[in-house]
Write a protein that binds this ligand. Structure first.
Ligand code: P6P
Length: 332
C-alpha cells in the first residue's frame, strides 16, 4: 500500500537504533506480532466461540483464569518458544518463569515478560483489553538455561516494551528506547500499519483515572489530589473528568493520546497496590517515559524499583508530566 508503512518495514528500518542490531529484535517483535494477530482473531469473536467465561483454574494472583487468558498465554509462549530469540518468558498466567530448554532457545539473548490478556475480567462485557510485553537482554550466559536473575531485572534495563490494545481497532504500540510509535491493524491485509508516529503524551490533561471505590483505603495524598481534581477553578481548568475503564492498557492508551493521569496506589488493604511490576508497570512505565510522561510509585520512578519477586506488585502513578508532578506534590 503506497505511503503506508507497515510494522515489519518499520522494525527493519529502525533496527539499527537497537544497540544489539543483528535482526534479533526484528524477529523477536515479529514473533510477538504473530501471536497478537492470533489473539486478536479470537478476541474479536469471543462471544461466538466457546472461549468466553472462566475456567476452573486460578492463576498465582488467585484470580480465576478466563478461557481467553489461557488461550492468549498459550499463543505468546508458543510464538516465543518457536521463534528462538527468547531464552525464556515470565507470564502473569504462569506461577514460575519458563526457561526454554531447547539448545536453540538457550542461545536466545532475550527474555520476555508479558501479561497476555490484561483486563480480562472485561472480556465478557466487550470492553477493550490488552497484551503488555517487556523485553530484557539476558544477564546469564548465552547457551545456558535462563536463570531467575534474567527475569528480575529492574525496568531501566528493558531494551523494548509495548502493548497491544484490542479495542475499536487493534493497535500495537512499542518502544525500543527511541520514542514511541503506534501501529493499527488493517484487517483487510492482516498488517499493522504506522498510524501514530512519535507518540508523545500531552504534558497535561483533564482526565484522572482511578477506582474511586478504593478511596476510603487510599492515603491522604491521593484523596487530597482527587479532591483537587474535582474542585471548581476556572484558572486551572478544573474540575477534571473521571474516566476509569478498569483495563490498564485501555486507560493508559487513552491518556497517552489525550493526556491524563492513571493512579493505582497503595491502599491500607493492598500496601503494594495491585498492578504487577514486571509485566504491567515496567513496560507501561518505559512507554510513558519515552512518550514524555512520568511513571512513579509515589516515592520513586517505577523503573528504578529493584524486583525481588516475579509477580510483585507496585503502587502505580503514571501519565502527563504536570499532572503526575501535581499529585507527587501532595505526597510531600
Ligand atoms: P480494579 C485488570 O484486572 C487490572 O489488572 C488492570 O488492567 C486494571 O487497571 C486493574 O486491574 C483494575 O483493578 O481493582 O479497579 O478492578
Amino acid at each position: 500500500m503506497s505511503g503506508v508503512k507497515m510494522l515489519s518495514e518499520f522494525i527493519t528500518e529502525t533496527q539499527d537504533d537497537f544497540p544489539f542490531a543483528t535482526g534479533e529484535l526484528t524477529r523477536l517483535l515479529n514473533d510477538i506480532v504473530i501471536a497478537s494477530k492470533i489473539v486478536n482473531r479470537e478476541v474479536n469473536k469471543a462471544g461466538l466461540a466457546d472461549i468466553l467465561g472462566a475456567t476452573t483454574q486460578e492463576n498465582i494472583q488467585g484470580e480465576t483464569q478466563q478461557k481467553l487468558d489461557v488461550f492468549a498465554d498459550e499463543q505468546f509462549i508458543a510464538a516465543l518458544k518457536n521463534g528462538g530469540e527468547a531464552c525464556g518468558i515470565a507470564s502473569e498466567e504462569v506461577d514460575e518463569y519458563l526457561s526454554f530448554d531447547s539448545p536453540r532457545s538457550q542461545n536466545g539473548k532475550y527474555i520476555v515478560a508479558f501479561d497476555p490478556l490484561d483486563g480480562s475480567s472485561n472480556i465478557d462485557v466487550n470492553v477493550s483489553i490488552g497484551t503488555i510485553f517487556s523485553i530484557y537482554r539476558r544477564v546469564s550466559e548465552v547457551g545456558t538455561l535462563a536463570t531467575e536473575a534474567d527475569y528480575l531485572q529492574k525496568g531501566d534495563h528493558q531494551v523494548a516494551a509495548g502493548y497491544v490494545i484490542y479495542g475499536s481497532s487493534t493497535m500495537l504500540v512499542y518502544t525500543t528506547g527511541n520514542g514511541v510509535n503506534g501501529f493499527t491493524l488493517d484487517p483487510t491485509i492482516g498488517e499493522f500499519c504506522l498510524s501514530h508516529p512519535n507518540l508523545t503524551i500531552p504534558k497535561t490533561g483533564k482526565i484522572y483515572s482511578i477506582n474511586e471505590g478504593n478511596l476510603a483505603y487510599c492515603s491522604a495524598a491521593v484523596n487530597n489530589y482527587i479532591n483537587y481534581c474535582k474542585e471548581i477553578d476556572a484558572s486551572t481548568n478544573r474540575p477534571y473528568s473521571a474516566r476509569y475503564i478498569g483495563s490498564m492498557v485501555a486507560d493508559l492508551h487513552r491518556n497517552m493520546i489525550k493526556g491524563g493521569i492513571f493512579i493505582y496506589p497503595e491502599t491500607t488493604n493492598a500496601p503494594k497496590g495491585k498492578l504487577r511490576l514486571q509485566y504491567e508497570c515496567n513496560p507501561m512505565a518505559f512507554l510513558m517515559e519515552q512518550a514524555g510522561g512520568i511513571a512513579s510509585t509515589g516515592r520513586k520512578r517505577i523503573m528504578e524499583v529493584e524486583p525481588t519477586e516475579l509477580h510483585q506488585r507496585v503502587p502505580t502513578i503514571m501519565g502527563s508530566k504536570e499532572m503526575v508532578e501535581k499529585l507527587l506534590s501532595f505526597y510531600k
